[in-house]
Design a binder for this molecule. Structure first.
Ligand code: AKB
Length: 321
């Protein structure tokens, strides 16, 4: 049985990946680590929790030693827009955190999952069906840390034999934890407005298409890649994974079809707009499909249906404002 550490367990992906891993590998075998001393009562009650700053290499090594960890899902990171507000801090958290994880993985022979992002591409890469191997010249500090992280994970695999694996996530949509400080966050926030009966002010222009994915697909991608037979993996890191592509106008139309009174106006955030214009609108994920059988389950219609239903249920239970 695996012994897993999830860094960033209180974040957007971690809040859902941690319970999914606990269900699959038994709660006691999955240690949730977050920088917040007070995680949700559900996260703390459901299995081991440690307060951990991934920049603290010693504390990280101690957790890995103490819990006899053999696999790290390293999710702790700042997202694109918030990283742009303080690039040195973003470098420290996103890069130093990863270096610490890889070093501890080398020492304790752990496998490592590292999520890269569509942010690893820049404006000179093809925006449609962006290939897995193409120019990567991102213009955000977040993207720079993602490209460097992909390369570093490959380096630790080639140089030290660390079992590093990773995907490039599109914008992620989920009803559990809200994202914080990303460029694709609008595609989550729009649902909270729709369910609350509020108009939504969109920070991106109506025709800005971006690659997106529902969280259930994202969790499955991480778990399936980590469970894939290493013999079938020609690549290790930076697998493009795709699910859907839409513009703000298209998602608004899909929501209006189910919430007839819903309205959206535009208040363009120049930072987010500029970032989005440099990112892929869709990805070529043929390598992931061929090497480990990747297949998304949720398209835009399924995502909209699920998000509206889940958030409406939360709201009815008084859990969402
Ligand atoms: C962001 O918008 O920063 C993230 C991402 C695409 O990596 N959701």
């Amino acid at each position: 049985m695996k012994r897993i550490l999830v860094t960033g367990a209180t974040g957007q992906i971690g809040s859902e990946l941690t319970p999914a891993l606990r269900q699959r590998y038994d709660a006691d075998n999955v240690v949730a680590a977050g920088h917040r001393a007070a995680p949700s009562p559900a996260l703390r009650a459901a299995g081991p929790f440690v307060a951990l700053d991934v920049r603290d290499a010693k504390a990280l090594a101690e957790v890995v030693r103490q819990y006899e960890i053999d696999t790290v899902y390293h999710l702790a990171a700042l997202l694109s827009a918030v990283a742009e507000a303080d690039p040195p801090r973003a470098w420290e958290i996103n890069m130093q955190g990863l270096v610490n994880v890889l070093e501890v993985a080398r020492q304790y022979r752990c496998a490592v999952f590292f999520p890269s992002s569509i942010a690893a591409f820049g404006p000179d890469a093809p925006r449609a069906h962006t290939p897995q191997v193409t120019s990567q010249r991102p213009r955000t500090i977040y993207g720079v840390t993602k490209v460097a992280g992909e390369l570093l994970c490959d380096y630790y695999h080639q140089r030290y034999g660390v079992d590093t694996r990773g995907v490039r996530y599109p914008g992620l949509i989920s009803h559990v934890a809200k994202p914080g400080g990303g460029t694709t966050d609008y595609a989550v926030e729009i649902f909270y407005a729709a369910v609350a009966g509020r108009p939504f002010r969109c920070p991106l222009r109506p025709d800005t298409a971006l690659a997106m994915m529902y969280m259930e697909d994202a969790l499955r991608a991480a778990i399936e890649l980590m469970e894939a037979d290493p013999a079938s993996l020609t690549d290790r890191n930076a697998f493009n994974v795709a699910a859907m592509s839409f513009t703000p106008a298209e998602i608004a139309a899909a929501i209006t079809a189910q919430v007839p009174g819903f309205t959206m106006t535009y208040e363009i955030d120049p930072l987010r707009q500029a970032i989005a214009e440099g990112w892929p609108e869709s990805l070529d994920d043929s390598a992931a499909r061929q090497q480990w059988g990747w297949q998304p389950a949720y398209d835009l219609t399924a995502t909209v249906g699920e998000m509206l239903a889940k958030l409406a249920a939360k709201r009815a239970a008084g859990k969402e404002g």
